[in-house]
Ligand binder design. Sequence first.
Ligand code: KG4
Ligand code: ZN
Length: 339
Amino acid sequence: MKELILGIESSCDDTAAAVVRAGRDVLASEVASQAAEHAVYGGVVPEIAGRSHLRAILPVIDRALGAAGTDLDDLGAIAVTTQPGLIGSLLVGLSAAKALAFTRGLPLVGVHHIEAHVYAATMEVLDTLRYPALALVVSGGHTALYRATSPVEMQLLASTLDDAAGEAFDKVAHLLGLSYPGGPSVSALATEGDPHAIAFPRYHPKDGGVGFSFSGLKTAVLYHLRGGDALAPTPPPEEIAGRADVAASFEEAVVDSLVRQTLRAADAEGLETVLVAGGVACNRRLRAEMVRRGGQRGLAVHFPSPQYCTDNAVMIAGLGWHHLTAGRVADLALDASPK
Ligand code: KG4
Ligand code: ZN
């Protein structure tokens, strides 16, 4: 079996293509970010995303094949994200994948975006990783815990009641006058502030179970900026006193909630391996605290390397290999789904 997989990812606002050998060796990874196109709106605009993917998809695939020094005839399969995501975005990558697979007679493999994020956290430890594992997926669209029994079998344990953690970073960045996406900009400002300056609230599920909620935290940040008066106007960013302390204390509240709920879930499920993935897994404070507090309990904690935390096609090609070797090959009726 040919071991090279071309991965294609277009579920949200990054157009990505990668060539990966046998699920782990990265030959090429190309990502065309649309962040600048969406920045003025403070979030992803679906129609702009779809049209932008359409312009970028073939050049990005071409660049990945070129960087890998390979062409379509060397491939064992084409793997593509089919769900979840923005439907207009997903269809661009899926249509490109189908066309290439059809014209070259290559196997086509559909990949679940969330399973792929989690797979990214396993790529450097494939030989030693022990399932079952607890997986925390934290991105702009998701904040959820899963019990993973293999790379493609995941059972949902808990998910956010409202905002995703990345979404909270993006909204707080907007309040503080920082650039989009908010995670990196809030995190950079936070390094200059005191994480314990402001006691922002942490969500605790009332039933004693495990869960996440970030809308209360976001509102607490807003009211703090209004000087504790909910009805006062929100000050413009340049008039906010102690912006770095707000950023650091907010980041600390998110990280503390994520770590605490993950460790409680690991306890409840009796799991000793923790995988953390998604864009927010880039966050330095989250990486350090999860490793430190997980380590104190004897847990093995794994993160993807930072370039494979945010959306990328390496994770798609990587997991695609496992589908291919298990015989899970799709036909040309393969469809996309927003959920
Ligand atoms: O996984 P991803 O690229 O796209 C989705 O599937 O959502 O995640 C993007 C999210 C954004 O909300 C962004 O603000 C957040 O990940 N993010 C971060 C950091 N880098 C990216 N959040 C906190 N700290 C970071 N360093
Ligand atoms: Zn993602």
